[in-house]
Design a binder for this molecule. Structure first.
Ligand code: HEC
Length: 453
């Protein structure tokens, strides 16, 4: 694995939050020393005057981002988890100043393994070209250095895909008419914002060797002679940005979907929130859900976090954590319970739907499903968003609210239902109840927003 801290520092330069803006050639290992952002003046908001107990509690205990950082972020960030690290690692949220600096900062820069990188955390990769050759600039998807002794390959040989040396995996295949190898200075390019604020493409690293085109033309292999070990180390410490960091073929940033850790004004597309929930919209987040060991955020904690992010001005460049959180205008106050993280590990596709198919599909499936409700065939999730035929005031599933979800009431045998408790059990001419663990899963899935995930 390559080191990523220098990449962050460069990213910080690009974002304008880590330096003066003038580009300096990175050398060696750059220590993590986040800039403390200068703060704008705190704003004022009208207080929430409703009666929801979660909102009132959040407003009292977490009136501003400062308390949020101290009471939620700091507690949630343990030494063992991967969302918030200590000051040596990225991202650093252990002080209010550094917490503010993760607003709009790229996510997932220091992953444990490449496969745990979320596509939407990927950024535009650096580009590569070979000077003095017909080789066009090409985005780097991912790269790897395979350590081993130098082997000399003859002109008519083809090095193996795992030959010792530098391997670059490119976004676009090299045109087939190009030679199978090229001698030359492999040049790594990145866009920088110069002191005048203009975008400039600069070469930030070079590696001179023989480059072979392997496999499908997207794979370049650079030979490394034993005396070049130092050059390779320098290359690695330059922190090459990989456009397909998780190596799954999707270039997240290319698809215009890159998300920051905290996305001002947009909590639903903030990686920090997604990491706590285990998903962003319907996309599962790879890796373990956070926090691992510490007490997970409560509904009140989540409400403060969501309303804090919601209230950040997306067009600002600095944010003052001592500004009051605007609970009065925060849409999440309409239904704070839906923010509960309790059921966030229960998914429709691998848990809830299989229960419904096997326990209910026998009657609620086929050409004439009972009560007109088909839970067996594809599209079941969509059909569950409808109103119940037995009670047109209630939806079958009301995300976040089992007590308003008719399907749940039928399972629980609630006194308000028409007909029988479900599932019917014709063999015993009555009803039975689902096993408790299945009921718990369905209930927590509804509480967590009944996602189609
Ligand atoms: C043996 C057949 C049978 C099984 C198994 C069965 N149901 Fe039913 N279900 C019915 C019948 C018949 C009705 C209509 C009469 C009633 O509600 O008692 C019905 C009605 C319903 C309704 C009302 C639909 C509406 O739109 O108002 C829901 C919800 C429901 N069932 C859920 C379930 C669930 C969830 C399961 C599985 C855990 C299940 N059922 C298993 C036979 C069955």
């Amino acid at each position: 694995m390559m080191r990523s801290t220098p990449a962050f520092m460069l990213a910080a330069l690009l974002l304008g939050c880590g330096g003066s803006g003038a580009y300096k050639e990175p050398t060696g290992t750059i220590p993590f020393d986040p800039n403390r952002p200068t703060l704008g003046s705190p704003g004022t908001v009208q207080p929430y005057t409703g009666s929801n107990k979660f909102v009132l509690e959040a407003q009292t205990s977490m009136p501003t981002g400062l308390e949020l950082q101290r009471k939620v972020i700091l507690r949630t960030c343990g030494p063992t988890n991967g969302v918030c690290h200590n000051q040596k690692e990225y991202p650093d949220m252990h002080t209010t100043g550094t917490f503010a600096s993760v607003i709009n900062a790229p996510c997932n820069l220091q992953p444990g393994t490449y496969s745990s990188v979320f596509d939407r955390c990927e950024r535009l990769g650096d580009r590569f070209k070979i000077e003095d050759s017909a080789f066009k600039e090409n985005e780097i998807g991912w790269y790897e250095v395979i350590v081993g002794a130098y082997v000399e390959y003859k002109d008519d040989e083809t090095p193996p895909s795992d030959a010792a040396g530098v391997h670059l995996h490119l976004r676009d295949p090299v045109p087939p008419e190009l030679l199978k190898y090229h001698w030359g200075a492999g040049t790594f390019l990145r866009n920088f914002i110069n002191a005048q604020g203009n975008v400039e493409s600069l070469s930030f690293a070079k590696f001179n060797t023989r480059w072979w085109v392997l496999d499908d033309g997207r794979h370049l292999y650079g030979e490394v002679h034993d005396y070049q070990a130092g050059d390779v180390e320098a290359l690695q410490s330059a922190g090459i940005i990989q456009g397909d960091q998780n190596r799954n073929g999707t270039f997240g940033a290319r698809q215009g979907k890159s998300v920051p850790l905290i996305n001002p004004g947009n909590p639903e597309e903030s990686y920090l929130v997604a990491r706590l929930r285990g998903h962003m919209q319907a996309d599962p987040i790879p890796g373990t859900r956070m926090p691992l060991a510490n007490q997970p955020p409560s509904v009140t904690d989540m409400l403060a976090l969501m309303c804090f992010i919601q209230g950040l001005d997306p067009n600002a460049t600095q944010w003052n954590l001592s500004s009051p959180i605007d609970y009065a205008n925060c849409p999440y106050t309409a239904n704070p319970e839906a923010l509960s993280l309790v059921g966030a590990g229960v998914h429709w596709s691998d848990r809830v739907w299989p229960i419904l198919q096997s326990s209910c599909g026998g009657c609620h499936g086929g050409s004439t499903p009972q009560a007109g409700l088909d839970m067996l065939s594809p599209g079941a999730w969509t059909r569950l968003q409808n109103f119940a035929s037995e009670n047109p005031n209630l939806k079958l599933i009301d995300p976040g609210r089992p007590e308003k979800s008719y399907l749940w009431l039928k399972l629980a045998g609630d006194g308000s239902i028409s007909g029988s408790r479900m599932p019917l059990d014709p063999l015993n001419s009555g009803s039975r109840t689902l096993p408790q663990d299945q009921l718990d899963s369905i209930q927590t899935w509804i509480l967590a927003g009944a996602l189609n995930d």
